[in-house]
Write a protein that binds this ligand. Structure first.
Ligand SMILES: [Zn+2]
Length: 196
């Protein structure tokens, strides 16, 4: 897999999307990565071209198990206090399958830095390299406080804010930022506390 090194938004976006597939976050819909086909849809949705995945067969059960373990690891890393420890963790993710930087031409013919992954890397290792690259880019270019908890009282999600203004508040803006959902949650909480 070839990950553009200067475009950290890609890996940061995958980190956000992956941690928020968990049932801990998707309380209303539950676990998103329920089986290998669901993982395949996740990869398609985020346009992740993984070398480790056979395009005809798709990801395996083993891939899924490894990706779920990676998800837990990435979540812990996002929750980690201390910029240096986040950098250390992101470097470790990248080191799992990442090989030295390569300078190659992009689709427009311009020279760009890429991080490539070892040819025998697994899907989870490729994703780790992508996410590690993204988080390192965020620390380098933006700041550690771009890694945040979702502001919705009804959500335990986390996200990496790579927006220009840096004012993102929700992990899934269309869902968690939806006032009706938040109001419904408050009303539900209110009614359960009244019946106690
Ligand atoms: Zn959220």
């Amino acid at each position: 897999m070839k990950v553009p090194f200067s475009d950290y938004t890609l890996g940061a976006g995958v980190a956000t999307a992956l941690v928020n597939t968990s049932a801990l976050v998707r309380r209303s819909t539950g676990e998103m990565l329920v089986d290998p086909p669901a993982l395949s849809r996740f990869l398609d949705e985020h346009r992740i071209a993984a070398d480790a995945v056979d395009p005809d067969r798709g990801p395996t059960q083993r891939d899924l198990t490894a990706v779920l373990a990676l998800r837990q690891e990435v979540r812990s890393l996002l929750e980690t206090d201390g910029e240096d420890r986040v950098a250390e963790g992101a470097n470790a993710l990248l080191a799992r399958a990442g090989t030295g930087p390569r300078l190659e031409r992009d689709a427009e013919g311009r020279w760009q830095w890429y991080v490539t992954t070892a040819s025998r890397a697994s899907l989870a290792e490729e994703l780790a390299a992508m996410i590690g690259t993204g988080l390192l880019g965020v620390l380098r270019t933006l700041a550690h406080d771009r890694i945040r908890h979702c502001a919705s009282p009804a959500c335990d999600g986390m996200f990496v804010d790579t927006s220009k203004a840096g004012r993102r508040r929700y992990c899934m803006p269309e869902l968690c930022g939806n006032r009706i959902n938040v109001a419904k949650h408050r009303a539900r909480r209110h009614s359960t506390s009244e019946t106690r």
